[in-house]
Design a protein. Sequence first.
Length: 288
Amino acid sequence: MKTSKARKTSKITVSIWRPVWSRLEKKLDAACLNRDAYISSLVNRELDYLEEEMAVANSEVAQKFINKQLRALINQDTSPLSIALSPDVAAKLDRVCTEKRIVRDAFFNRIALFLGFGPHLAGLLLFRGLWIDYDKANPEDWTKLVWREYKHDGPFFENVFDPFLAHQDPLWPIRACFELIEDQEKPEYVDWIDPETKKTVKMVKWVPDHLLHLPQRFYTAILTDQDLRKSANAPARPAGRGKPGRTEADRAYHNLYGLNCYLPNFLVPGHPDQKASQASVDELLADL
């Protein structure tokens, strides 16, 4: 009997926040999915989305800040994970992360977070404060928006007849919701020339108007130290709080800066661009 040759793989080790990996691992086991094969296939597809959504690279300052915040978050509760990727996926991963100055483990943790914890957490972290968020809104209301728009076509329809397709693009609903929000809010786009690549990039005006940000997508939505309480009973932050970490409420939040793939300098705490941006915002508010 002929035996097939073992498929070549490239082993990598990533550090995953333990609560996140525990949730995702249970879901992979329940779906009877081969862990490494599925992750390799998922990473290959997600890198295409990452490269498309990250039209500009992070600065070295932003990359170092994200890496430092990630280590601070996971070092006390981490699961080192050895994954066998196909060689072409491993090479693609290195190339994209290097070109875009993305912290590789932030990319893995971000995917694991939203796949592991599902739509409720996506509503809390990605869609709060946007068009679909309103008084008494449920964090999972965004799923109803996507369902109403796409229930008769797209993946919802296709997956009924080919259910294995759902595993191939599990973050599709989140991306679809960002597109629906963009259609409703109609952000102001401007053409900006990236000084590194000399390519023209579509950017969105921030506040104040001279600041530019990549369009809100799965990999470009910013997570901060103000988004996720450590428990339901954790005290809320009062408006106009001081520097992070000074109050009990500050310490009751997870610092999620380390789960970002994209972070413009004006959103890096303590960076001169961030201080200038905050001063401009304070000046605008003072004139109201």
